[in-house]
Design a binder for this molecule. Structure first.
Ligand code: LER
Ligand code: MN
Length: 274
């Protein structure tokens, strides 16, 4: 069995409708994650949130809990911009914001999740034009990320939230059609339960392009509280020799730390049975 490192989703603030398990300062969340037995936290944050890099790195060293990734969705949901925005100033803001995230990821020795901020194609507009713009912007970000040795994880998200990269196949085709250096596919089992004909096969197809994975059950509860077969999912991850983090990003049901603890127990039990 691969000794996967298990992470969980964190933020400074979140509603109970957000798939966030720990809420508080980065330092406090590192300590809480250590008590829960996690190896890492992923941080949902804004690109300009106050950040005391030295204090965070000291807490990482003390707790032995790493940062699996920074998640950029809030640049889109709160910052209201995207990489394919029709308003040039909004497209520019998304790019600038993502450069800042890459700087931060570099300082914290971690990587970056790009999900909602890639944007949505406006209804009735030609897809090719927007995909061309997306490829051009991702290519600039890829060059910058490569300079800073930061990986970019492109999250595959279901059709009710976005209309680009809804399936693993679509995302793989895009990545393999371009010469990116740091772009990887990021799967999320909750979105896969909606979009993929066969989630396990999709993982096998992603193979070495898979850089990051979110675990939540089909109802977005903690893994094991729905009907996804996480044993088969873990077996597929083992078969493709996946070396990245498994990050639990699920709803705080019944409560944040209870969900976090049950998720970890279930994943560990399944890993032992592999
Ligand atoms: C983010 O990782 C994600 O999965 C989106 O659905 C936003 O919650
Ligand atoms: Mn996700």
């Amino acid at each position: 069995m691969i000794p996967w490192r298990i992470a969980l989703s964190t933020a400074d603030e979140a509603s109970v409708k957000d798939p966030i398990l720990l809420v508080g300062s980065i330092e406090d969340n590192l300590v809480k994650a250590a008590h829960l037995g996690y190896d890492a936290i992923e941080i949902h944050m804004r690109e300009n949130d106050p950040l005391d890099v030295n204090r965070i790195l000291k807490t990482v060293e003390k707790t032995k809990v790493n940062i699996s990734a920074l998640v950029t969705g809030r640049l889109n949901t709160i910052g209201m911009c995207s990489l394919i925005d029709d308003r040039p100033y909004a497209e520019e803001a998304a790019l600038k914001g993502l450069y800042r995230y890459i700087d931060r990821a570099h300082k914290l020795s971690t990587d970056l999740v790009i999900g909602w901020v890639k944007g949505k194609i406006p209804e009735g507009k030609p897809k090719a034009k927007y995909m061309y713009k997306l490829a051009r912007n991702l290519s600039s970000l890829d060059d910058y990320a490569d300079l800073h040795q930061v990986k970019l994880f492109i999250e595959v998200i279901n059709r009710y939230e976005t209309n680009i990269f809804n399936t693993c196949r679509e995302t793989l085709d895009f990545i393999t059609q371009h010469q990116f250096k740091q772009l990887y596919v990021h799967l999320d089992t909750f979105h896969m339960a909606i979009e993929e004909a066969n989630a396990v096969e999709a993982i096998r197809e992603a193979s070495h392009y898979l850089g990051y994975i979110h675990f939540a059950d089909n109802n977005r509860h903690f893994p094991g509280d729905g009907r996804l077969d996480f044993f088969e999912i873990l077996r597929a991850l083992e078969d493709i020799n996946y070396q990245g983090y498994i990050s639990v990003e699920c709803l705080p049901i019944p409560e944040r730390e209870v969900a976090a603890s049950r998720a970890l127990n279930n994943i560990k039990d399944l890993c032992e049975a592999l």
